[in-house]
Design a protein around this ligand. Structure first.
Ligand code: MN
Length: 277
């Protein structure tokens, strides 16, 4: 469905960067904690190689182990998280497990990923668990609802997101839950929520953020092809991925002549993984 060329951005991905699909990380769906360790190890390996990681979920539980893999190679530097979603995903557990409602509780427990640098865009509607809202208040995360974004305007929302995510950090990780977009455009997801962002609004803000921040990774989650209609959700996710790569090219972040300065060769062993037992 896609060509490697984008007319508006003047980018041909296949000409301008080297792409590699490294395949799937081996997970055990019935064992979240073991799967988290597998994911962190995989991401740490790819991130420390100097490649720009783009991770395709999977549900949003992967947000914690992906960030943990990045943090493992940040030394004592810090990462801001920009999180597109309708849901806050900040509660400690769900049915006594760490799962799709919980990534940012655990990610922001790591010294490399402070809660004050977590920016949550598009939150709202009738599916935001109150346990998570309590955590957002306690940790003072930064939330803009769809109405906030409409009222302040997208450029101001982007400025806010960049200011908060980059305050004292060295790079920004983008976590894009497809359900941040209005359910009418993304039926192929587990928790479709009416009243979300329009596709062009999400792509506009994503593009401005990528152009103006040192982005260290992207994940796109909650795309469920079995629930999809005419592949429209998958097509939207593909745009998020391809647009991000193109904006990384136009902003000079890719290709990388050398490893980004924030990537530490040496693993920070205090960032635990492999500790599921
Ligand atoms: Mn969500």
């Amino acid at each position: 469905m896609y060509t490697p060329y984008n007319f508006e951005l003047g980018v041909d991905l296949r000409e301008q960067i080297t792409l590699c699909d490294v395949g799937d990380i081996f997970t055990i769906p019935a064992n979240n904690e073991k799967s988290f360790d597998q994911i962190s190890k995989g991401i740490a390996h790819i991130f420390s190689s100097g490649a720009f990681p783009i991770i395709l979920g999977g549900d949003h539980s992967i947000g914690f182990p992906t960030i943990r893999g990045v943090c493992r190679h940040l030394g004592d530097l810090k990462v801001g998280i920009i999180h597109f979603d309708r849901h806050v995903d900040t509660q400690e557990t769900d049915l006594d497990e760490r799962m799709h409602t919980c990534p940012w509780f655990h990610a922001t427990n790591m010294a490399n990923a402070p809660a004050k640098n977590l920016v949550q865009l598009g939150i709202g509607g009738w599916q935001v668990p109150r346990q998570g809202v309590k955590v957002c208040r306690e940790r003072a995360t930064n939330i803009l609802t769809v109405t906030d974004i409409m009222e302040m305007g997208m450029d101001a929302a982007v400025d806010f997101a960049l200011e908060r995510a980059l305050d004292g950090t060295d790079c920004v990780y983008i976590s894009f839950d497809i359900d941040c977009i209005d359910a009418g455009f993304v039926p192929g997801t587990g928790w479709p929520e009416p009243g979300g962002l329009m596709p062009r609004e999400a792509l506009y803000m994503l593009g401005k953020i990528v152009q103006n921040a040192p982005v260290c990774g992207l994940e796109i989650v909650e795309v469920s092809p079995p629930y999809d209609v005419s592949d429209m959700t998958s097509l939207m996710a593909t745009r998020v991925i391809c647009d991000t790569m193109a904006h990384l090219v136009t902003s000079g972040q890719l290709p990388r002549p050398e490893k980004a300065a924030y990537i530490h060769e040496q693993a920070n062993m205090s960032v635990g993984m492999g500790d599921w037992r």
